[in-house]
Write a protein that binds this ligand. Sequence first.
Ligand code: AHM
Ligand code: MG
Length: 350
Amino acid sequence: MPKSMRTVQRHILEEERIHEQATGDLTGLLWDLTIAAKVISQQVNRGGLADIFGDTGEANVTGDLVRRLDRIAQDTIYRAMDHGGHLCVMVSEESPDLIPIPKKYPKGKYVLLYDPLDGSSNIEANVSIGTIFSVHRRISASGDGTLEDCLRKGSEQVAAGYFLYGSSTMIVYTTGQGVFGFTLDPGIGEFVLTHEWMTTPAKGKYYSINEGNAEGWDEPTRKYVEYLKQKDPATGRPYSLRYIGSLVADFHRTLLYGGIFLYPADFSNPQKPKSKLRLLYEVAPMSFIMEQAGGAAISGTQRALDVQAATLHDKVPIILGSKQDVETYQKFCAQYGSGAKSAVLTGASK
Ligand code: AHM
Ligand code: MG
């Protein structure tokens, strides 16, 4: 039984009251998002019972196959968010361009960037997947939101979070004043506060990386992972590997248990290094949450939240998790020279 019966709506409302100038717009926006997530959660839970598995036969802007459930999640969020009057524009990992707010609806002061269904290649295997969101205040004066409203640094986010569709459905979010987690109680259809002031341990016991990509890693990453496999004097054991291949699930575990998650650049072709995770829909929101939970997040050699987006679908390296673990990785970068810097921005490379 959770200690309090505070719903996510109540919590957001109380947080907003702290700010004198608050208009209730952010509360409304996050509220609408939770409704979309309940719909998506229901679809995900039905799994093989509903006709939702399989591909649409199309590829998205960064070349990934679009699954049917990706499309359902994308449409659900759009339909929940287009008419609330809180947004001036949206962008999604699944859409090549800006998603405008229909003419008939009022335009608001916020911008929503989202990954409708992250980790969707795991759907058929019943592995935890999620929705990731990032909210910015618009910089344009009025009317339709612009590209400049969307191409931002993570440090400018006013809110970020994710929904995890796992053994239970959760929302974890921050507005820059700590991290809070709520679990969907299916009996009452409400997200109820279960994780207050979430913090990540200063040092962990797990590392999370796709080791199949080791051939393309730079020297510091290779040396660092070798080091993790040696006995840690603090525990008398090496770090344990945990990798699901579903960012929300890998991130959630790292947030709770500590340790480090890495998706470094791939230098298989040194002339054209590649990254996998998207700056605006994955890296920036997760980095905001991790920093708010007392952890750290870097991209190449810089703080991930300081990376400026150049295009809507930039992909960048990301290393995040417990502060001490990220600092140790940075020491390896300093010692073995980081080639990662050149791969900070790789555009929408496939
Ligand atoms: P997606 O947004 O198309 O689902 O792809 C992102 C996913 C992340 O969830 C996960 O961290 C990563 O891709 C796994 O990649 P890989 O299979 O290369 O390890
Ligand atoms: Mg994704």
